[in-house]
Design a protein around this ligand. Structure first.
Ligand code: GSH
Length: 263
């Protein structure tokens, strides 16, 4: 695993509240996939300085006891906040949706503190982490990694992905951003998922309202910084429509090594 490196961002063009806590408190454990990019986008939007520890999941960097103490589920991303509000020592947070919510609450930005606006953002955030993300992931898995003859699985998840995108398109026909008139953590959670649509061969231009929103988010300085940073943007490896894994890589991602890490 490469050593951690420090990044400093000064552009707070995201429109969120200026962080009031000491900067540099957050360690981001990262692989350059859509789930990781959600959190990188949030950290950039907040204008925070943060330390990135990159993991190559094909190489199984994440299947260590040390990482298991940060995320008992052995998946990326995760964060360690070394300066939490309660002052009681570092806190680890795993699950991309929970990380976004944690950061939004801590820094008071991109999520309303209460009421219907907050509920709308949490609903769409949950829709992404429980629906769009896993369905897109499964569509991409059956298409790219499964042995031949998986037509049922491919069709099942591709159709569900298409259905979810139609739900999103309808929502964005009536709303500037996913949770309402303001850009929130729900947009940050959903936006990087374009990768699954690409892999599955569903063009976003099929959904005009998604396309309009996608472009509005894409040109945000924080999003551009993530998507053009060589260590944060997805390498071709993660986006290829066809994948050939070695036995060792398969084991790290889907097989015995990945399953065995838990024990
Ligand atoms: N529900 C989790 C999903 C995390 C996840 O599946 N991460 C992938 C990368 S996008 C991973 O760590 N894969 C490595 C593996 O499964 O061994 C989240 O939203 O954080």
């Amino acid at each position: 695993m490469s050593p951690p490196f420090a990044r400093r961002s000064t552009d707070r063009a995201g429109g969120g509240a200026v962080p009031t806590r000491a900067e540099g408190a957050i360690d981001l454990h990262y692989s350059a996939t859509p789930n990781g990019q959600k959190v990188a986008i949030m950290l950039e939007e907040l204008g925070l300085s943060y330390r990135v520890t990159p993991y190559d999941i094909f190489e199984g960097d994440h299947l260590t006891e040390e990482f298991g103490r940060i995320n008992p589920n052995y998946k990326l991303p995760a964060i360690v906040d070394r300066e939490p509000d309660d002052g009681a020592g570092p806190i680890t947070v795993f699950e991309s949706g929970a990380i976004l919510q944690y950061l939004a609450d801590k820094y008071g930005a991109f999520l309303a503190p209460r009421g219907r606006e907050r509920s709308a953002a949490i609903q769409w955030l949950t829709w992404q982490v429980a629906g769009l993300g896993p369905m897109g992931g499964q569509a991409s898995h059956f298409l790219r990694y499964a042995p031949p003859g998986q037509e049922y699985g491919i069709e099942r998840y591709r159709r569900e992905l298409d259905r979810l995108l139609r739900v999103l398109n309808k929502r964005l026909e009536e709303s500037a951003y996913v949770a309402g008139p303001d850009y929130t953590i729900a947009d940050m959670a959903i936006w990087p998922g374009r990768a699954a649509s690409f892999v599955v061969g569903i063009g976003l231009e099929t959904y005009p309202a998604i396309h309009r929103w996608f472009e509005a988010v894409r040109v945000r300085p924080a999003v551009e910084r993530v998507m053009t940073h060589p260590d944060l943007a997805a390498p071709g490896r993660y986006l290829g429509r066809t994948q050939k894994l070695s036995e060792r890589e398969w084991s790290n991602m889907f097989g015995d090594r990945m399953h065995g890490a838990v024990d």
